[in-house]
Design a protein around this ligand. Structure first.
Ligand SMILES: *[C@@H]1O[C@H](CO)[C@@H](O)[C@H](O)[C@H]1NC(C)=O
Ligand SMILES: *[C@@H]1O[C@H](CO)[C@@H](O)[C@H](O)[C@H]1NC(C)=O
Ligand SMILES: *[C@@H]1O[C@H](CO)[C@@H](O)[C@H](O)[C@H]1NC(C)=O
Ligand SMILES: *[C@@H]1O[C@H](CO)[C@@H](O)[C@H](O)[C@H]1NC(C)=O
Ligand SMILES: *[C@@H]1O[C@H](CO)[C@@H](O)[C@H](O)[C@H]1NC(C)=O
Length: 567
């Protein structure tokens, strides 16, 4: 059979799995679960060399070499496993989850090119699989890691706390979680490489997952009585939610994925953000970009349509039917191809939307989402459609078929053995790039759960309001020249919380990248007069600058650089 197809010039892989969604899920679901487990050390069959609890991105060592562990991929993978454990779907996962948390707690403390545990090292995106730092050049830092990791661990810790295992949560898990949450609270307003590791700017995905993590962190900290950092988290979360709104492109009606990079900004980044910040209790809230919100549906249509005429395998597909989608239309990695996890994410957003419409008993069409809904009924208008109405039935049934289409597109390009690579070619759908990609398998697990109507709890998105002004600060860079001894560092502290409120112990360490110039960029309140001093610490001994204090008045907006000489 295979020989015959090959002889006829047909792509064997292309015809492998093209039955129904339920048949595909039945066969692919166990393959995806086994695929995830195979890539976790030390027991995983494909993860030889990975330390206990370390998730490899893929066993592929050449073209491309993905035999590393990424904080993002690992955390998203374990979020799926932790959800399965906590919701009773797979009680066997407990020790693996414990191993993952131990591994991550080691990586948190591993000094790396992004810094130490207390100077920004938590933004390091990838490590060697033996829990040592990866020191080669890379797009760093990537500030989504601590957010995704803390969200996963909080999910598990909340379950343990509610099961009565309180001292373990307070003594062993909270310190790990708090480091990640403090990192987010301190660094969310600094630039970051995006999740595709290419653009250094602000990134919608990163901002969205940081916001979720802090909100979930606030609820969790209150639950376990660790309330001292909560008011700072609340202030930062409000500012992050404010900033999140600014990514919206009001003329194109989509979410701009990154503030830099010079692209259209249409990007799977935004669809993944909606799916991974889904809160089934938040309705169709657009400020948190819920899957059924008008903004997220408009964005989805713009994103999907950008691939319709881009890939040869999408040729001839009707303009209201599913297509294969990739990371972003300008992508040139391996020539620019559809990704399994991006195409699954489109289906997952739609399934999540269907879950909420069904539970709230209606769907609403606004001016913003009209174009999305008119794909399925060109006559439909804005308004609220009750679940008893024929318009509701027609639309939701068409949207389910549309969602199924994205799963079936991936199914069509899944080889017979169910193996999921990173991508499949835009020309004929042959799998390409890293094979057995852990994140591809994890994305299959989450879309299959959504297809079945499964949800995994709320993170507190319901009822949030956006502060009327974003109060986050202006970027101020401080520079001072100082000749230090080996092991001696220069710090800054001053009269505001962002400068640690005159604390010598918590003073902010400066960077010596341009030694003997020491520098740091901090976000300070706008139009404010601030006093500060530099100090050094060497073998525990603190040396302050002489009086008087330095003083600046920050600008109303934008940024400034303050060059001082030590006195
Ligand atoms: C860890 O892995 C890296 C990369 O493979 C290797 O260079 C290093 O020697 C290993 N370190 C240890 C302690 O095994
Ligand atoms: C709490 O959970 C941890 C992690 O699984 C486990 O090691 C510990 O034995 C548990 N303690 C109790 C009292 O159940
Ligand atoms: C920091 O926050 C301000 C106010 O929301 C925003 O204008 C600025 O772009 C942000 N910068 C980064 C790098 O996140
Ligand atoms: C699954 O099939 C693909 C495509 O035929 C092949 O490249 C891959 O090695 C197979 N994987 C396994 C585990 O057999
Ligand atoms: C900062 O210092 C002032 C004066 O000592 C104190 O009143 C205030 O509570 C401090 N704020 C924080 C967040 O520590």
């Amino acid at each position: 059979m295979l020989f015959l197809l090959a002889a006829l010039g047909l792509a064997c892989s292309a015809a492998a799995q093209s039955t129904s969604v339920s048949a595909y899920i039945a066969s692919e679901s166990p393959v995806a679960k086994a695929g995830v487990l195979a890539n976790i050390g030390t027991e995983g069959s494909l993860s030889s060399g990975a330390y206990s609890g370390v998730v490899i991105a893929s066993p592929s060592t050449v073209n491309p070499d993905y035999l590393y562990t990424w904080v993002r991929d690992s955390s998203l993978t374990f979020q799926a496993l932790i959800d399965q454990y906590v919701y009773g779907e797979d009680p066997t996962l407990r020790s693996l989850i414990d191993e993952f948390i131990t591994a991550e707690s080691i990586l948190q403390q591993t000094t790396n090119p992004s810094g130490t545990v207390s100077t920004g090292g938590l933004g390091e995106p990838k490590f060697n699989i033996n829990e040592t730092a990866f020191t080669g050049p890379w797009g760093r830092p990537q500030r989504d890691g601590p957010a995704l990791r803390s969200t996963a661990i909080i999910t598990y810790a909340t379950y343990l706390w509610n099961s009565g295992n309180t001292s373990y949560v307070s003594d062993s898990l909270w310190p790990i979680i708090e480091l990640d949450l403090n990192y987010i609270a301190t660094y969310w307003n600094f630039s970051t490489f995006d999740l595709w590791e290419e653009i250094d700017s602000s990134s919608f995905w990163t901002t969205a997952v940081q916001h979720r993590a802090l909100r979930q962190g606030i609820t969790f900290a209150n639950l376990i009585g660790q309330t001292s950092p909560v008011s700072n988290y609340e202030t930062q979360a409000g500012d992050i939610l404010c900033f999140l709104q600014t990514y919206w492109n009001p003329t194109g009606n989509y979410m701009t994925a990154n503030t830099g990079g010079g692209r259209s900004g249409k990007d799977s980044n935004t669809v993944l953000a909606s799916v991974h910040t889904f809160d089934p209790d938040a309705g169709c809230d657009s400020t948190t970009f819920q899957p059924c919100s008008d903004k997220a549906l408009s964005n989805l249509k713009v994103y999907v349509d950008s691939f319709r005429s881009l890939y040869a395998i999408n040729d001839g597909i009707a303009s209201d039917a599913a297509v294969a989608t990739g990371r972003y239309p300008e992508d040139v990695y391996y020539g620019g191809n559809p990704w399994y996890l991006c195409t699954f994410a489109v289906a997952e957003q739609l399934y999540d939307a269907l879950i909420v419409w069904s539970s709230q008993g209606y769907l609403e069409i606004t001016d913003l989402s009209l174009a999305f809904f008119q794909q399925f009924d060109s006559d439909v208008g804005t308004g609220t459609y009750d679940s008893g109405s024929s318009t509701y039935s027609t639309l939701t049934s068409a949207i389910r078929t549309f969602a199924d289409g994205f799963v079936l597109t991936n199914a069509k390009y899944t080889p017979t053995n169910g193996s999921l690579s990173e991508e499949y070619t835009s020309a004929d759908g042959t799998p390409i790039s890293a094979y057995d990609l852990t994140w591809s398998y994890a994305s299959a697990l989450t879309v299959f759960a959504a297809e079945a109507g499964t949800t995994y709890g709320s993170w507190g998105a319901a009822g949030l309001t956006v502060p009327s002004t974003c109060t986050s600060g202006v970027a101020v860079t401080f520079e001072v020249d100082y000749d230090t001894e080996y092991g001696e560092n220069v710090y800054i502290t001053g009269s505001v919380n962002a400068l640690e409120n005159w604390s010598a112990t918590n003073a902010l360490i400066m960077s010596a990248a341009d030694y003997p110039t020491w520098s740091i960029t901090v976000y300070l309140p706008p139009s404010t007069t601030i006093q500060y001093k530099y100090l050094t610490q060497y073998n525990g001994e603190v040396t302050w600058e002489d009086d008087p204090n330095n003083e600046i008045t920050t600008p109303a907006s934008g940024s400034m650089t303050q060059v001082d000489s030590w006195h």
